[in-house]
Design a binder for this molecule. Sequence first.
Ligand SMILES: [Zn+2]
Ligand SMILES: [Zn+2]
Length: 205
Amino acid sequence: MEFLGNAERGMKKEYLSNNTVDFSDGVVIDRLREPPLYAAVRKQVEACLSIAESRFGRRFPRPEIRFDLRGRSAGQARVALGRHAQPPVLRFNAILLKENVDDFLREVPAHETAHLVIGVMYGRSVKPHGREWQAVMKEVFNIEPRVTHRMAVNSGTRRRFEYRCGCNGESHFLSTVRHNRIMAKTTQYRCRRCGDTLFFVCDNV
Ligand SMILES: [Zn+2]
Ligand SMILES: [Zn+2]
């Protein structure tokens, strides 16, 4: 019997044992227990906004931050100003984050925050990845302004198998490797919180 997460490294273990993201509709259902990686993204966004504020001598609105982006995109910024103004929203890909922690944290929060900064300062008058955006990345955040990321997209979109435990409404998303171990009856995984053996629901994500 192997407990879920025992073989994992630091961050990943935390994530698996605190899976509070409902991937079925992409909503963070319990922010108090959100994975530490999400907090790390929020921290990066806030750090970038502070740097931009001292550089440009003005305030920028704090965005709503979601972790509901899927597929190949690592992040997305929505900044709507003017007549149809809405609070800015930054969306991040939770799976790419989890599987490319260092690359993701170094680049993606800054990339999306730069869109927010440029959107607030210039509106729609400049290109999304134009000179102004590149200058914020390079000169303000000190990050190479790349438009496409080099993270392992295939692994980000690979199959995930949904398992449940005794916790109400909680899901655990297991890799193919783990799922196959369970199917072959060589390993069982337990939820660290309730101690129940995980049972298979369906493959998705
Ligand atoms: Zn972009
Ligand atoms: Zn549980």
